[in-house]
Design a protein around this ligand. Structure first.
Ligand SMILES: *Cc1c(COP(=O)(O)O)cnc(C)c1O
Length: 456
């Protein structure tokens, strides 16, 4: 817009501070992804404005509906996961919430694995339960009959993680997809820890994939984000009236159904236009930019992080201070067979190991590390360490912790891209502190030993 009206009279100061110098709708040919920090987008005329409010015409109107920076990241993630459409959201929790609220309603039932992120678990038990959506965990995630037994006539989805943390107890995705499809329901997979570089769940039968983009996709510990990818393969129509919100007429679509409107991307269209749009966990275009920047080096980082993790796990396995190491890349891991099948390129950066001596040893090592950062969050390029029993899993009872194999001596690491020798050197000096503690028992030892006894 120019700073003069057509009649040649100059604009006033207030008008100039708003309009001078800017030209809306121009496209200089930037090579890097531009950040469209714009809440709204202009309509060329009356007709275009009307068109934008019709059933999704692909144009931009308001950033909660669509934003060019966000869209670019969505298209990239669709391509990387091999889906038909993707939705970028403000966090991984938003992605899990929106993904499942686009499938489930009051009276529905969800089946999940006992090994899932604590935030997702809380969402199901505390939040979904208040909406009348019930959740059951399977007894043994590796057993087909266990999944089949958990299904009910009102089960409308199965939710699993491809690589659960902290224990690396991998999911047999094809087996679970098989059970879900035999029952006529979709499989939703949280693929945060594998990333599409190591594993693409859609290729193994998953129907919907979610991520916390805050972890490996963004990769630098700078930003939160989440993503839903629609595989586009699930036949909603074939399930009769089970998913009526997708197959029945919709007023917003002038009487069409989402399946008629969006075909194979019906689920993604509904999740975007009805669930995400209304609940409103919209990502910022600045965050979308940072996630995109991270994605551009995803394979390099994850490759290096997997190599470092395997190197560190192998080193830990030989240490006398360490009782066990849960990394599916180790030859003696019970999950090695599944790792060979699902994660041939690398087994990821997150794993846990259990120190001899319970919580007391864990405390000593956590307090003695120098290069490792004491931190929750995962997938950072820097190496991080955490004691789950006193932090992420602190609200679980000792019995629940024991059932999920999370002992008082268990530490979780997310391995970064540092030089592996520096990582082992840091843990070596932290382990040396264990010997010093044995020589000089702290005053609180009696209490610590009681806690260890309770948890055992
Ligand atoms: C972190 C995480 C989430 C939640 O993501 P946020 O971005 O923190 O909201 C969901 N699933 C898994 C597996 C995660 O690690």
């Amino acid at each position: 817009m120019s700073d003069r009206l057509d009649d040649g009279r100059p604009h006033g100061f207030s008008t100039r501070q708003l309009h001078a110098g800017t030209v809306s709708g121009t496209a200089p040919h930037a090579r890097a992804l531009p950040i469209y920090a714009s809440a709204g987008f202009t309509f060329a005329d009356f007709d275009e404005a009307e068109q934008r409010f019709g059933p999704d015409d692909g144009g931009y109107s308001y950033s909660r509906v669509g934003n060019p920076t966000v869209d670019a990241v969505e298209r990239r993630l669709t391509a990387l996961e091999g889906g038909t459409a993707a939705i970028l959201l403000g966090s991984g929790q938003a992605a899990v919430s929106v993904a499942l609220l686009a499938l489930l309603e009051t009276g529905d039932h969800l089946v999940t694995s006992p090994s899932i992120y604590e935030g997702s678990r809380g969402l199901f038990t505390d939040n979904f339960s208040r909406l009348g959506i019930t959740t059951d965990e399977v007894g043994d995630p590796l057993d087909r009959a266990s999944w089949q037994d958990a299904l009910r006539p009102n089960t409308r989805a199965i939710f699993v993680e491809s690589i659960p943390n902290p224990r690396n107890d991998l999911t047999d995705l094809a087996l679970v997809a098989d059970v879900a499809h035999a029952h006529g329901i979709p499989l939703v997979v949280d693929n945060t820890f594998a990333t599409p570089y190591l594993l693409r769940p859609i290729e193994h039968g998953a129907d919907i994939v979610v991520h916390s983009a805050s972890k490996f996709l963004a990769g630098h510990g700078t930003v939160l984000g989440g993503v839903i990818v629609d595989g586009g393969s699930f036949d909603w129509q074939a399930r009769g009236d089970r998913y009526q919100h997708l197959t029945g007429p919709n007023a917003g679509l002038r009487g069409l159904s989402y399946v008629e409107h969006a075909g194979r991307a019906a689920y993604a269209a509904y999740a975007r236009q009805v669930v995400a749009l209304r609940f409103g966990p919209t990502p910022s275009p600045f965050n979308a930019f940072l996630i995109n920047q991270g994605i551009e080096t995803l394979s390099l980082r994850v490759q290096r992080q997997s190599e470092n993790a395997l190197g560190l796990a192998t080193w830990l396995r030989r240490r006398p201070e360490v009782e066990s190491v849960d990394y599916s890349g180790l030859t003696d891991s019970p999950y090695r067979g599944l790792a060979d099948r699902y994660l041939p390129r690398g087994q990821g950066a997150v794993f846990s190991f259990t120190l001899r001596g319970g919580r007391r040893s864990a405390r000593t090592v956590i307090d003695a590390v120098g290069l490792f950062t004491r931190m929750t969050n995962l997938g950072d390029v820097r190496s991080l360490i955490l004691h789950p029993a006193s932090t992420t899993h602190a609200t679980r009872s000792p019995a629940q912790l024991a059932a999920s194999g999370i002992g008082e001596g268990l530490l979780r690491v997310s391995v970064g891209i540092e030089d592996i020798d520096d990582l082992t050197r840091d843990l070596e000096q932290a382990f040396a502190a264990l010997e010093r503690v044995v020589e000089e028992p702290p005053a609180s030892e009696a209490l610590t030993l009681v806690q260890d006894g309770v948890a055992a």
